[in-house]
Design a protein around this ligand. Structure first.
Ligand SMILES: Nc1nc2c(c(=O)[nH]1)N(C=O)[C@@H](CNc1ccc(C(=O)N[C@@H](CCC(=O)O)C(=O)O)cc1)CN2
Ligand SMILES: Nc1ncnc2c1ncn2[C@@H]1O[C@H](COP(=O)(O)OP(=O)(O)OP(=O)(O)O)[C@@H](O)[C@H]1O
Length: 235
């Protein structure tokens, strides 16, 4: 609490108490703002959708996956170069693919070679924002609690300007279904300035809705093998 509010408490000088909204942590999310029964239903539906979409992704044929990954790679490269006059020094958060996520690691290496600072997301603390550790081709990766390869704790931490977020599901209006930890939403709520958030997924993961909740932050751009599927960057 600020000194002023303590000084003026109970003096009767103000008709209403001083506004303390600025003292709320930027990543604070009020669970009381949500109807618990509705939130439970949505969580249950999302869990089932993650399983369904995960199976669909796992059943893509080798040819289908390879063709889609090639087109996605091209699309991500173009989107990044279109948005950065000079990619050198730009801090870009990539992801190390798990569970059949699009594997864009050749592009990650290429962009590192072009001078971008590549970072990878790490869950250091459960139910907290992600941290981002620098990756280079020489980095000796460790595995986290989900067996996701991550750079070691002594890798430098950097704040990304652009974040590539893998999609389990996505909607035309830019909402993302992820792996269910709420990590990207928590991270975006905490980062200022907010990075450009680009969702990366396959066309087959398109959903009519994810039943958006107050914590869900829409993506700026969604890229699939079919190209730009949702673009809020010119609004
Ligand atoms: N490649 C990759 N790296 C990433 C992410 C990601 O989605 N993909 N993350 C993005 O956040 C973070 C890891 N987040 C994760 C969150 C939850 C689960 C998970 O296993 N969840 C439960 C399901 C929870 C539910 O459905 O309610 C599980 O599958 O058992 C895994 C990773 C950081 N790194
Ligand atoms: N800013 C936030 N503060 C607190 N809790 C949050 C926040 N964002 C999300 N959560 C919680 O995280 C849980 C999972 O959220 P959600 O279903 O949106 O995950 P997700 O986006 O699929 O996961 P991920 O980003 O890890 O891939 C929910 O219970 C939600 O309330």
């Amino acid at each position: 609490m600020s000194d002023d509010s303590e000084k003026f408490q109970g003096t009767g000088r103000f008709s209403s108490p001083p506004c303390l909204a600025a003292e709320i942590a930027p990543d604070y999310f009020d669970p009381l703002a949500v109807d618990p029964e509705q939130a439970r239903d949505v969580a249950r539906w999302r869990k089932a959708e993650r399983v369904r979409l995960g199976k669909a992704r796992a059943s893509m044929s080798v040819e289908e996956r390879s063709a889609a990954t090639g087109m996605l790679t091209e699309c991500v490269r173009t989107a990044l170069y279109d948005r950065c006059c000079d990619v050198r020094g730009v801090v870009l958060s990539f992801y190390w693919p798990i569970r059949g996520e699009p594997d864009l690691r050749p592009l990650m290496r290429e962009l590192h070679g072009a001078g971008m600072n590549i970072v990878l997301p790490v869950v250091e603390t459960r139910a907290a924002p992600l941290v981002f550790r620098l990756w280079t081709p020489e980095t000796r990766m460790l595995r986290d609690q989900w067996q996701i390869p991550v750079p070691p704790p002594d890798a430098p931490g950097l704040v990304p300007e652009i974040v590539l977020a893998p999609l389990v599901g996505w909607t035309d209006n830019g909402y993302r279904l992820g792996n269910g930890g709420g990590y990207f939403d928590r991270t975006l709520a905490a980062l200022t300035p907010r990075p450009l958030l680009i969702g990366i997924g396959f066309e087959s993961a398109r959903l009519p809705t994810i039943y958006p909740q107050p914590h869900d932050i829409p993506l700026d751009l969604i890229l699939t093998e079919a190209g730009e599927r949702c673009n809020h960057t010119n609004e």
